[in-house]
Design a protein around this ligand. Structure first.
Ligand SMILES: Cc1cc2nc3c(=O)[nH]c(=O)nc-3n(C[C@H](O)[C@H](O)[C@H](O)COP(=O)(O)OP(=O)(O)OC[C@H]3O[C@@H](n4cnc5c(N)ncnc54)[C@H](O)[C@@H]3O)c2cc1C
Length: 453
């Protein structure tokens, strides 16, 4: 039996997603010695770009940023990563209750239905403003809001069944989870952390306004280039031991002694690491309960964005599925057409039970209904099922179900002895997004630096 190599660093970062890489960059810039241990053979975590020809990429993970996401935008700029406005010219499509509707602005449904959806957005925004971002459990109505799901609130407060269904469709698009799985308080926390509900769902002025080129994973790749040998790939961390003298991080083939450890992995994966001494009960329960939804993201590549000449923007939403949302992800010059699609919530769970060919057929049938027969014949088809990824286990980000924030929220961010928590789930601004991941990495690095001796 060969024994594991041993190394030393002042800080070990577990996970080379955005949060972990940013934490490592901050630590290195402050002169601390740092090692990043990453389970996968690549960096970037929930961002993933697959190469097409001519250095073009299909983005199968996180990709868009919005105007208030200053942390990721500033980071991208500092690394020389270019950005580009998301294509949003032409009419959108809504497949709803058996009808396919073309529209600019809101879908042409009964005005009272659209008015009820808008009123629900406003009401959710008003409640969200009352959720303290640092401590959602301290909201005056925290117990009441955390005692119900987002769906229960929609059912009680939205009269028309069509408006309720539209809101559910939007919620699955935002969280990758059915609104019946989300605590209302969690939804309100994320809305506040993003600004407003509309900011989360819109392209112009919203979270989908801008793309990073050639793809969002470039940010992580550039960070890893800067960090050089400080990033160690294919090295899953299995166990962390710590006491008053320091920490020992045991990974496959490598053991690192350190003063502090930053866990920059989603809570559910923090829960797969063994700790000695064991984590406090509340933090253990967070790791069990803060789970993400289910999302399959896919890209269909065509010789040109043919839907544009039909006057379509490529944006679509569908209540029939399996694809719930699509966007035009072609390059600005229109020399290649890329439609990305999202299969989320119950559709993603059910798609995961089918063979790759059946999945492809089901997805392309959705595209054909929306964009016509040419959409059924892409030159290439790529997909990534995030719920089946061993080192992610769901998308877009972990959320609490009812009771989570009020009972466990206090234990989400504070360090446990030498262990610090980072990752999109621990952010207070743009929680669950790339921007939140970046901010969480900076916060955890500052915490660790403060405590180095
Ligand atoms: C399909 C999809 C679409 C999305 N769209 C957007 C979007 O458009 N805009 C946006 O802002 N956000 C989006 N997001 C969310 C965004 O990608 C994430 O919030 C962000 O990338 C999370 O970064 P992170 O560093 O916190 O975690 P991760 O990216 O999950 O990084 C964690 C890393 O830890 C590693 N790891 C896990 N366990 C271990 C272990 N035991 N030992 C060592 N390493 C380990 C993992 O391999 C991973 O590399 C999307 C996510 C998905 C999946």
């Amino acid at each position: 039996m060969t024994s594991a190599a041993t190394r030393e660093a002042e800080v070990v970062v577990v996970g080379a997603g955005l949060a972990g890489l940013v934490a490592a960059r901050e630590l290195a810039a402050a002169g601390a010695s740092v090692l990043v241990l990453e389970a996968r053979a690549r960096v970037g975590g929930r961002t993933l770009d697959l190469p097409l020809e001519d250095d073009r990429m299909a983005e199968l993970g996180g990709q868009w940023i919005g105007p208030t996401q200053r942390a990721i935008a500033e980071l991208a700029r500092s690394l020389g990563v270019a950005s580009h406005p998301t294509h949003d010219v032409g009419e959108a499509l809504t497949e709803f209750r058996g009808h396919l509707l073309r529209h600019s602005g809101e879908p042409p449904l009964d005005p009272p239905v659209i008015a009820q959806v808008a009123r629900a957005h406003d009401e959710l925004d008003r409640m969200a403003d009352r959720v303290p971002l640092e401590a959602p459990w301290r909201a005056e109505d925290a117990l009441e809001w955390d005692g119900q799901t987002l769906w229960a609130w929609i059912e009680r407060n939205v009269e028309s069944s069509a408006a309720r269904e539209l809101l559910a469709l939007e919620a699955v698009g935002v969280w990758g989870a059915e609104p019946s799985a989300l605590s209302l308080l969690h939804a309100l926390f994320e809305i506040h952390s993003a600004g407003t509900f509309d900011t989360m769902i819109e392209v112009r002025g919203g979270a989908q306004q801008t793309r990073l080129l050639p793809g969002a994973q470039t940010v992580s790749l550039r960070l890893a280039e800067e960090l050089e040998a400080r990033v160690v790939l294919s090295t899953p961390v299995r166990r962390i031991e710590h006491d008053e003298t320091g920490a020992r991080v045991l990974a496959d083939g490598l053991t690192v002694r350190a003063q502090r450890v930053i866990l920059a992995v989603p809570p559910v994966l923090c829960g797969r690491i063994a700790y000695d001494p064991p984590l406090p009960a509340a933090r253990r329960e967070i790791n069990r309960r803060m789970r993400a939804g289910a999302v399959v993201k896919l890209a269909a590549v065509y010789s040109e964005p043919f839907w544009r000449s039909d006057g379509l923007s490529g944006r679509a939403q569908s209540d029939r599925g399996p694809v719930g949302e699509t966007t035009d992800n072609s390059l600005g010059d229109g020399s290649q057409g890329i439609l990305v699609g999202f299969v989320a919530g119950r559709h993603a769970t059910s798609l995961a039970t089918h063979s790759p060919e059946e999945r492809r057929q089901a997805v392309l049938a959705s595209f054909e209904r929306l964009f016509g027969p040419r959409a059924a014949r892409p030159e290439r088809y790529l997909e990534q099922s995030w719920v089946e990824e061993e080192w992610t286990e769901g998308a877009y980000a972990g959320h609490f179900g009812p009771g989570g924030w009020t009972r466990l929220g206090h234990a989400l961010r504070p360090p446990v002895d030498r262990l610090h928590w980072a990752g999109a789930e621990t952010a207070t601004v743009w929680a669950g997004y790339m921007d939140g991941a970046v901010r969480s990495g900076c916060r955890a690095a500052a915490e660790a630096l403060d405590r180095l001796v």
